[in-house]
Structures are given as structure tokens and as C-alpha cells.
Design a protein around this ligand. Structure first.
Ligand SMILES: NC(=O)c1ccc[n+]([C@@H]2O[C@H](COP(=O)([O-])OP(=O)(O)OC[C@H]3O[C@@H](n4cnc5c(N)ncnc54)[C@H](O)[C@@H]3O)[C@@H](O)[C@H]2O)c1
Ligand SMILES: O=C(O)C[C@H](O)C(=O)O
Length: 330
């Protein structure tokens, strides 16, 4: 194999999502079965030993595509020549913490990481932020990387997208491949709006395919998808890990390799003002991707029902942006 390896940096590499992610990256699921990778694992100092243990297991898999593993607690080393950065490690919310405290704690992580990406990463860097609050953490990183094109910073709403697809397929009695054009709008939080009105399910308009069941949509589907993260925490006793890692793989794979003809995906991206979402915030939109670039799907008709829900989630993002701005993080 003669291809130059792609440098992939994973922060929080010794955590739950890291453990579910690394083996799939090393076996070719992120970038393709013919793309060799170098892995850069960034962890906080106390977790370096655990990261070494994960690296030992990666070695023991003898993955043909895995060329090199670097384990470090140094930002400049972690992002040196990085082509793809998966920013997973974050400060979780703990008891008694207000939103402002959480944003400030994460600002201390994502600001310096953005700067290190700015100063060290490869010219074609693509960044996916998974660590919560993902949209605003991505905004902080992006604003601290003024030399990197803003569109290279994205936040993960693919897990929400996949959750919506799965619920729609179940309701309509079709397979997940038969569910297309679902959109997650807004924030990766309970205010997000999973939109079925543009979707195509089993070849029919999505709303028709769910029996035009408005009550199911409002009382079951929307809260089920928007609050699924909390439901997983309650039932599993820990936040989603394998499904989050799977969504991160899907997000980058789709970004690099393109969306299927006639379909789209959902990504948290810097708004260009489309659909009335204020320019500059990182909000989820319907996007198509091709050759490593994405475009917002334009011209969708937005009903009053959808508009109110998009606006509510966007208002939350604006409030988060204002808060991190007040804290001097952007
Ligand atoms: N966007 C989504 O859809 C989505 C879904 C699931 C989870 N998440 C979020 O992903 C994050 C990680 O989840 P997890 O289950 O892997 O958590 P985890 O606690 O198991 O692992 C997090 C890891 O990050 C490391 N870390 C903390 N600060 C760091 C820093 N400054 N630099 C490098 N590493 C650092 C920790 O040492 C730990 O190993 C959480 O914020 C979680 O809420 C997001
Ligand atoms: O970690 C969380 O708070 C939940 C997570 O973002 C999820 O959607 O599963």
C-alpha cells in the first residue's frame, strides 16, 4: 500500500467513546478500507496510562491500516499535521454546576485546542466536536482558530439523525435504508428539532408513512429523539458510547465520501444565515456532501410548526454563544 497515512487525532482517547471509536478507525471504517492512518491520542496526564493500555490493545489487533500511534498530553504534539480531529474529551456536567460553569470549564479545553489546531494542523484539517455541549464547544474551538476556514469545524448531530431514522423506520415498518431526508435542526440538546416533514420513508412522504399521526409525532417521536441521550444515561447508567462513536464515524465518513444521491445528512456547521439561523453560530442543518465539502440543502418549505421548533433551539444556541462571549471565550 503506497498511500500516505492520514493523521487522525482523538481527544479523550481513554474514555468510553474513545474505546468504541479507535478500533473502528484503525480498521478502516472512518476513511475507507484502503486508507492507512496514524493515530494521535490526546489525554489529560492522569489518563495517559489508560491510553497506553488502549494503544497496547490496538497493537494486538495487528490492523494492516494502522501505521503509528502517538500518546500525549501535549496539545501541539497531538495536533501536529492532523488531517482529521475528533474532539471527544470534555468536562461533564456535575451536580450543582450551572450552564455557565459548564461552558467556562469547556472553554478552558476547546479554546486551547482550537489554537493548537490553528498553529499545527494540516491545511486540509477537518474537525468534529463530540464533547458536550458540542455545538458551543465547536464554536469556541473555531473562534480560536482564525487561520482555519470556519467550515472545517463541525459539531455532531449525526447520533440524533440516526436515532430519528431508527424511530421512523420502526413506526413505518420499513428498513432504515428506506428512510431518507431526515433533518436535525439546531442544538445537540433537548431543544433540537428532528424534522420528518421533508423526509421520504418507504418511498412516501414521511408524514404520510407514519399515518399522518400528529400525536405520535409531537408526543412520542420528537421528545424520544431529543431526549434519547438522557434516556440512555438513565437506562444504561452511563452516557451513550458505542452509538456515539458510530455516529462520529458516520459523520466523518459522509463528510469525506459524500451523501447518497437523493439523500442528505445532518451536521452542526457554522451558519451562513440560511433558514433564518443567525450567521456564525454552529447549528445543525440538512447538508449534502461531496468530495470533502458540504452544502446546506436550500429551498425547503418550513411550516409554522417547524419554524417555532427551529427558532426555540436556535435561541438556545444564541444564548450559549452570548454566554461564552461574555466569558471572553470567543
Ligand atoms: N454529540 C453527541 O452526540 C454526544 C453523544 C454522546 C456523548 N457525548 C459527549 O462526549 C463526551 C465524551 O463522552 P465519554 O462517554 O467518552 O466520556 P468519558 O468520561 O468516558 O471520557 C472522556 C475522556 O476525556 C478525557 N478528557 C477530559 N478532559 C480532556 C482534555 N482537556 N483533553 C483531552 N482529554 C480530556 C478524560 O480523561 C476521559 O478519558 C462527553 O462530553 C459526552 O457528553 C456527545
Ligand atoms: O452525554 C450526554 O449528555 C448525552 C449525549 O449527548 C447523547 O446524546 O447521548
Amino acid at each position: 500500500m503506497t498511500r500516505t497515512p492520514v493523521n487522525v487525532t482523538i481527544t479523550g482517547a481513554a474514555g468510553q467513546i474513545g474505546y468504541a471509536l479507535l478500533f473502528r478507525i484503525a480498521s478502516g471504517h472512518l476513511l475507507g478500507a484502503d486508507v492507512p492512518v496514524n493515530l494521535r491520542l490526546l489525554e489529560i496526564t492522569p489518563a495517559l496510562k489508560a491510553a497506553e493500555g488502549v494503544a497496547m490493545e490496538l497493537d494486538d489487533c495487528a490492523f494492516p491500516l494502522l501505521r503509528d500511534i502517538t500518546i500525549t498530553d501535549q496539545l501541539n504534539t497531538a495536533f501536529d499535521g492532523t488531517n482529521v480531529a475528533l474532539l471527544v474529551g470534555a468536562r461533564p456536567r456535575t451536580a450543582g454546576m450551572e450552564r455557565g460553569d459548564l461552558l467556562a470549564a469547556n472553554g478552558g479545553i476547546f479554546g486551547p485546542q482550537g489554537k493548537a489546531i490553528n498553529d499545527n494542523a494540516a491545511d486540509d484539517i477537518k474537525v468534529l466536536v463530540v464533547g458536550n455541549p458540542a455545538n458551543t464547544n465547536a464554536l469556541i474551538a473555531q473562534r480560536n482558530a482564525p487561520d482555519v476556514p470556519a467550515e472545517r469545524f463541525t459539531a455532531m448531530t449525526r447520533l440524533d439523525h440516526n436515532r430519528a431514522v431508527a424511530q421512523l423506520a420502526k413506526k413505518a415498518g420499513v428498513t432504515v435504508e428506506d428512510v431518507k431526508r431526515v433533518t436535525i435542526w439546531g442544538n445537540h440538546s433537548a431543544t433540537q428539532y428532528p424534522d420528518v416533514f421533508q423526509s421520504v420513508v418507504g418511498g412516501k412522504a414521511g408524514f404520510e408513512a407514519i399515518g399522518s399521526d400528529q400525536a405520535w409525532l409531537e408526543e412520542f417521536f420528537i421528545p424520544k429523539v431529543a431526549k434519547r441521550g438522557a434516556e440512555i444515561i438513565e437506562v444504561r447508567g452511563a452516557s451513550s458510547a458505542a452509538s456515539a462513536a458510530n455516529a462520529a464515524i458516520d459523520h466523518v465518513h459522509t463528510w469525506v465520501n459524500g451523501t447518497a444521491e437523493g439523500d442528505w445528512t445532518s451536521m452542526g456547521i457554522v451558519s451562513d444565515g440560511s433558514y433564518g439561523v443567525p450567521e456564525g453560530i454552529i447549528s445543525s442543518f440538512p447538508v449534502t456532501t461531496k468530495e470533502g465539502k458540504f452544502e446546506i440543502v436550500q429551498g425547503l418549505e418550513i411550516s409554522d410548526f417547524s419554524r417555532a421548533r427551529i427558532d426555540a433551539s436556535v435561541a438556545e444556541l444564541v444564548a450559549e454563544r452570548d454566554e461564552v462571549s461574555k466569558l471572553g471565550l470567543i
